[in-house]
Design a protein around this ligand. Sequence first.
Ligand SMILES: [Zn+2]
Length: 93
Amino acid sequence: MIQQIPVMRRCISCRKTYDRQHLLKITKDHNKGIMIEKGMGRSAYICKSNKCYSDSKIKKKLQKALKTSLEPEFIEIFEKEITSCNDYSNKGI
Ligand SMILES: [Zn+2]
């Protein structure tokens, strides 16, 4: 018997634990660099809320959590990702 136990992870911004599905996963992949929802390696999670996405220190917290510096290319992708999520919540979807 396989039991379905929700995978709980901690948000790096608000420090609360959530079901994995409610979190955006950022991974520092050993070969491919920093990826969103992909890759294998050290990971950090951010809960899908306006509060944490609009955290002005979120990039610093990410760098600390992943123990790396963020590439400008990644920051661009990351900002697009969180902006599109914010759009969804503003529309009430
Ligand atoms: Zn959070």
